[in-house]
Each structure stands twice: as structure tokens, then as C-alpha cells.
Design a binder for this molecule. Structure first.
Ligand code: MV4
Length: 445
């Protein structure tokens, strides 16, 4: 096991990783930007180094600074958290060239799965259902029209280097396909420096179901069941839960088994998530792999009782998984509500500022993963998430009621938050009935 690791991240996930390490007896080295100097979670690390200015491009994204801190701090491994460098294959490769273990997948699996066309090919080879679509990249407009003619409208043009919804265009006829095709290519080139696009049948009003996995470096892989992340707005998830409500048992088992097949056939190790969309007939289709620990990992931890960050560290150090699939039971229901400092009256734009008053909920099955405290200044430089409320109860109905009660305990002054929106969602009959898809929020509020 590692004696000491560096955490190349900030905020709640840095604190989450520090806590996991302290429990395991692993020492931690934190890094921080000038904006995060003096943050309370830093004092829980054994050491902390400033790596630059507030802007992430001048600190948390600077590979050389992080490697320098790792060498000065004498660590054996780096945990990247999520965001920043977490899915940067080059960073993972640099770590290993410097004889520092990257707590994540091998850089070659990150490259193979980071490219969506290549991920689709891996899924196809593993006999995992993919959305009907083009055979690889679509090079020109004539090919695009031919593919759309074969699969039928509506279609979705996607960037192979994309993800998270960037550079996608829906086309419902030849005319919009022509304009969408060149627009998508240009946007992809601009955003990802890669103009490559492919085409899929557009699935209307899908649910977003993802499967959590953990794999070791010895070929063992288990899933921790699924999460439903359909409650999102403009590709920003607001509420995630496990298990997915109203999912037939056979579909659930198929989707989880498919995810394990894909991860095994990719030779992938460490924690990962396989994302699917589910159509209105409960047919599921692979869309992408997230080669990192995700924001919403706690709901899977709550239902399975497995600490995913500790598992990541164990398998990165070369240990064999000590989990057996048949022992991983999903108990009860867990719901996570992201608390963002955002202004509902200003299209939910970030609302930085000082938290002047803070009271947080507690009690049985109530978890609040957050780095903030009274007096904390939310920086405009980073994302707006200030914490995650995770509620675990024996049934979904109880979890929803407990989440509603817990949200009512919050007292946050100084900044506006997404708590009022979350309360409206929890009070909505469609949400209560688990009738949610990715368009629910936009259709309803
Ligand atoms: C789709 C889709 C419908 N049909 N693919 C959005 C981000 C990226 N992860 C994939 N996404 C989608 N792919 C086909 N063929 C609808 C979405 C989508 C979506 C997916 C998951 C979660 C939220 C979403 C919101 C809008 C669209």
C-alpha cells in the first residue's frame, strides 16, 4: 500500500480523498491555488503546497507544478479526483514516467475510451448494445446524408472527442443535417481541436442510466449497480439516485452485465462509469465511458456500503479486489442533491461570494460532503458546487421524504443556491413517482 499520496484537486473531492486516506493510514499531500489558500480542508492533509494563481490554467491544470509538488512531497501516487486533469491521458502517462502511480486507469485505456468512435467500437466488440449509427467517423456531407437515409431521422451528430453534450446537433431532415454537419465539425474543431464527428439515431426523451464499476490490475471487475442521473439541466446534473426507479429487474441486470463486459474487454482498471441512455421502451444503448471517479459516486457507496475512493487507492497500489459480485447488494435507496451557489433569477449562473451563515442537516442516513463553512468565500474561478447532500433510506419514498426534510434544515446566507429548485423537484408528482427523463427539468420548470 502507498505510504503517501498527492491529491491533484480542490474542494469537496479533495476533502473526500483526504478523509479516505486518513482512515486507511495513508499520508496526504494537498495542493492549492492562491484562491484556495487557507481553506479548512487543507489542514487535514499532512502537507500542502501552493501551485499557482487562482485560474485553474495557472494551477490545478499545470502538470509540471503538480509533478514538482509530488516530488518535493515524496509521494508514491497521485489521485486526480474529477474534472481538472482526471481524464487527461497525457497527465496519467507523465505520472507513470516519473515513477508516480496515477490513481486511475492506464493512459492507453483513457485514450481508447476518451475517443467516442473508438469507445463505440470497443462496445460493439464486447456485444454491448450501441445506438444505431455510422460505422466510424463521417467524413463528408454526402456520407452523412447516406447514413441518415439508412438509419432514418431524427439523427444526432456527435463529436468523437466530445462528451457532456458539447458539439452535438440534432437533425430532423436533410436540410438541417447539412447545416448541422458543418456546424458540428466546426464546433468540434474549436472546442477539442478535433473536427471528427459521427452520427447516431436520436433517442427522444431518454433516461440517463450509468453503471459504477471498479476493476483491479489482475483482470477482476465488479459493478456497484446503477445510478439514474436523468434529473439534469443543460447537461448539469442536479439530482442522482441509486437504484434507478421503475427499472425492470431484467433490464437492470442486463445493463450492469453489459457494463462489466465492456470494461473487461477494454482491459480497463480502477473506478469507471459506463453511461447508457434508456429509451421509452426500456431499451438501453451505450453512449460513453467516464474514466474517473464521479461527483455522484456517494449514492453507490451508500447503497452498497463500499468506499469507492479507498477501493481506487487499493487497486492502484496493485492489490487484488477483495469484492465478489454476488456479495455486492444494493440496499435501500440513496439520493444525492447537488447544492450549487447559483442564482435562480439569473439563469442559474454561478453566484460567488461569502457564506455568512451556514447550518447543515444531519441525522440517520444523512451525509453532507462539503468543504465549505461559515465565513467561506466561494471563488468565481471554479465550479459552483458547494456540497452534496446524500440521503440513504430503506425505500425510495422514504429517501425522498428524508431529502425534503434535510433540505429544510439548511440555512445558507450570503449566496443564493439551488436548494429552492431541489425542493420544488422533490415536491413534484412526476419526480415522486420516479417518472423522470433527461428533459423533465426543462419541460417542468
Ligand atoms: C444522446 C441522446 C439521444 N440520442 N445520444 C448528451 C451528453 C452525452 N453524454 C450524450 N448525450 C446524449 N446522447 C443519442 N443517440 C441524448 C443525450 C442527452 C443526454 C444524455 C445523458 C444525460 C443528459 C442528456 C441531456 C440531453 C441529451
Amino acid at each position: 500500500m502507498f505510504q503517501r499520496i498527492l491529491i491533484a484537486n480542490r474542494g469537496e473531492i479533495a476533502l473526500r480523498i483526504i478523509r479516505a486516506c486518513r482512515e486507511m493510514g495513508v499520508e496526504t499531500v494537498a495542493v492549492y491555488s492562491e484562491a484556495d489558500r487557507g481553506a479548512h480542508y487543507l489542514s487535514l492533509a499532512d502537507e500542502a503546497y501552493c501551485i499557482g494563481k487562482a485560474a485553474a490554467t495557472d494551477s490545478y491544470l499545470l502538470i509540471n507544478r503538480i509533478i514538482s509538488a509530488a516530488e518535493i512531497g515524496n509521494v508514491q501516487a497521485i489521485h486526480p479526483g474529477y474534472g481538472f486533469l482526471a481524464e487527461n491521458a497525457h497527465f496519467a502517462e507523465v505520472c507513470r514516467e516519473c515513477s508516480i502511480e496515477f490513481i486511475g486507469p492506464h493512459h492507453t485505456s483513457m485514450e481508447k475510451l476518451g475517443d467516442k468512435v473508438s469507445a463505440r467500437e470497443i462496445a460493439l466488440k464486447a456485444k454491448v448494445n450501441v445506438v444505431p449509427g455510422s460505422d466510424g467517423l463521417v467524413a463528408d456531407e454526402a456520407t452523412a446524408l447516406k447514413v441518415a437515409g439508412e438509419i432514418g431521422y431524427p439523427v444526432l451528430i456527435k463529436a468523437t472527442a466530445g462528451g457532456g453534450g458539447k458539439g452535438m446537433r440534432v437533425a430532423r431532415n436533410d436540410i438541417s443535417l447539412k447545416s448541422g454537419f458543418s456546424a458540428a465539425r466546426q464546433e468540434a474543431e474549436k472546442s477539442f481541436k478535433n473536427p471528427g464527428v459521427y452520427i447516431e439515431k436520436y433517442i427522444e426523451q431518454p433516461r440517463h442510466i450509468e453503471v459504477q464499476l471498479i476493476a483491479d490490475q489482475h483482470g477482476n471487475c465488479v459493478h456497484l449497480w446503477e445510478r439514474d442521473c436523468s434529473t439534469q439541466r443543460k447537461h448539469q446534473k442536479l439530482i442522482e439516485e441509486s437504484p434507478a426507479p421503475n427499472l425492470p429487474k431484467s433490464v437492470r441486470e442486463d445493463i450492469c452485465k453489459s457494463a462489466v463486459r465492456l470494461i473487461k474487454s477494454a482491459g480497463y482498471y480502477n473506478a469507471g462509469t459506463v453511461e447508457f441512455i434508456l429509451d421509452q421502451d426500456n431499451q438501453f444503448y451505450f453512449i460513453e465511458v467516464n474514466a474517473r471517479i464521479q461527483v455522484e459516486h456517494p449514492v453507490s457507496e451508500m447503497v452498497t456500503g463500499i468506499d469507492l475512493i479507498q477501493q481506487q487507492i487499493r487497486v492502484a497500489s496493485g492489490e487484488e479486489l477483495d469484492l465478489q459480485q454476488r456479495q455486492i447488494k444494493a440496499n435501500g435507496s440513496a439520493i444525492e442533491i447537488r447544492i450549487n451557489a447559483e442564482d435562480p433569477d439569473n439563469d442559474y449562473r454561478g453566484c460567488p461570494g461569502q457564506i455568512t451563515k451556514l447550518r447543515v442537516p444531519g441525522g440517520l442516513g444523512i451525509r453532507f460532503d462539503s468543504h465549505v463553512h461559515e465565513g467561506y468565500r466561494i471563488s468565481p474561478y471554479y465550479d459552483s458546487m458547494i456540497g452534496k447532500l446524500i440521503v440513504h433510506r430503506p425505500t425510495r419514498k422514504q429517501a425522498v421524504s428524508a431529502a425534503r426534510a434535510a433540505l429544510g434544515e439548511f440555512e445558507i446566507e450570503g449566496v443564493k443556491t439551488t436548494i429552492p429548485l431541489a425542493r420544488k423537484i422533490l415536491d413534484h408528482s412526476a419526480f415522486i413517482d420516479g417518472e423522470i427523463d433527461t428533459t423533465f427539468l426543462e419541460r417542468t420548470f
